[in-house]
Design a protein around this ligand. Structure first.
Ligand SMILES: *Cc1c(COP(=O)(O)O)cnc(C)c1O
Length: 359
């Protein structure tokens, strides 16, 4: 069976080396040496000043909202993974959806200002599929209206914009190192900021607000990650260049194979800096999409309807409409893309999809 993604596992001996050290130190979690080393190596690799390693990408969003003191309404995108929006609702914030740009499927900056009210405290945008939002335009709007900017950069490991890590944009960027992401630590995530005071606040928040064994400055939560997860990250980081390289080749091969397919592919903001993390195919309609899913599934290939449904239609929201996101989410399909996907498999997938079109 071929799934939309397959977690990368490094040679087991490389992981075991780190595990040996954990046994020697008997230090399993709570800001251990491997967590510290991973933070340093990530900052170095990505060229970032501050980064905090957390237990997952969802707690990263929740800590970011709390650290920025957000309240009331947050302008956000309906086209993302559910965690972007569910974390707002979980924190008692009201998502206000702004529709997406049909070329990138990222939030459309032209439509943001109309959605701002006196209760708006921030803009939360996702760089969907690892392709950056129009960050300059979004920042300009935020500055004009005194709003905070948070980016859900869960798909963006390795993406750069104008030569700089995309994680460096916004007041805070969050990311996920979940097993299905291009760089992973099994479970894991991070918050990134340029602001030392925000960093300090988030560091306290990830550890229950402890400032000492018996002192607490503010309310916190458990956002820590373990030495075992950090070890996986340290090993995977050694392989990331090879992973990014193969991903780019696979992505370009798909695009070539689908030259004659009646489907839209992604418009990249900065192709030089793209991490090629997902290959979404936007089909002419949902019937064709369903036929594509069917023909792949009977051949043991499992694509994913990333991202469906449009998040404004979540059963616990469902009061706003965003026609472009609703339309695209019904006909977008992400094809398998992972480190050892073979060209033969990609060619086979292309033959199946072209067969649907020609029937
Ligand atoms: C994966 C993902 C998350 C959640 O990250 P976890 O580490 O699984 O909690 C949030 N937002 C987006 C866009 C994602 O793809």
């Amino acid at each position: 069976m071929i799934s939309v993604t397959k977690p990368f596992l490094p040679p087991i001996e490389e992981y075991q080396e780190y595990i040996q050290g954990i046994w020697q130190r008997n230090w399993l979690t709570n800001n251990g040496p491997l967590v510290n080393q991973l933070e340093l190596e990530l900052k170095d690799y990505l060229g970032l000043k501050h980064l905090l390693y957390l237990s997952n990408g969802t707690i990263a969003l929740q800590i970011a909202f709390k650290a920025l003191g957000l309240s009331g309404e947050v302008i956000t995108t309906p086209f993302s993974y559910v965690a972007t929006v569910s974390s707002l609702v979980w924190e008692g914030l009201k998502p206000v959806f702004v529709d997406v740009d049909p070329d990138s499927l990222n939030i459309d900056p032209k439509k943001i200002e109309a959605a701002i009210t006196p209760n708006t405290s921030a803009i939360l945008a996702t760089h969907v599929y690892g392709n950056p939002c129009e960050v300059d335009k979004i920042q300009k709007i935020a500055n004009k209206h005194g709003l905070k900017v948070v980016y859900d950069a869960a798909h963006c490991f390795g993406t750069t914009y104008k030569g700089k890590s995309i994680f460096g944009y916004g007041d805070i960027s969050t990311t996920s190192f979940h097993a299905t992401k291009i760089f992973h630590t099994i479970e894991g995530g991070a918050v990134i900021t340029q602001d030392a005071e925000l960093l300090r606040k988030m560091a306290l928040m990830r550890n229950f607000g402890h400032t000492g064994p018996t002192t607490f400055e503010d309310v916190g939560i458990n956002g820590k990650n373990s030495e075992f997860h950090a070890a996986m990250g340290l090993v995977n980081l050694r392989h990331i260049e090879a992973i990014l390289k193969s991903r780019k080749e696979q992505w370009l091969l798909y695009r070539e194979l689908f030259r004659d397919l009646d489907a839209q592919t992604l418009d990249l903001l900065d192709p030089e800096g793209y991490n090629y993390s997902y290959f979404p195919l936007i089909l002419p309609n949902e019937q064709i999409l369903e036929k594509c899913v069917d023909i792949l599934q009977v051949n043991y290939i499992i694509p994913r309807r990333y991202f469906y449904p449009s998040l404004n239609q979540l059963p616990y929201l469902n009061t706003q409409t965003t026609p472009i996101s609703e339309d695209y989410s019904r006909r977008v399909l992400c094809l398998p893309l992972f480190h050892d996907l073979s060209a033969e498999t990609q060619q086979m997938i292309a033959r199946f999809l072209l067969r649907v079109q020609n029937n």
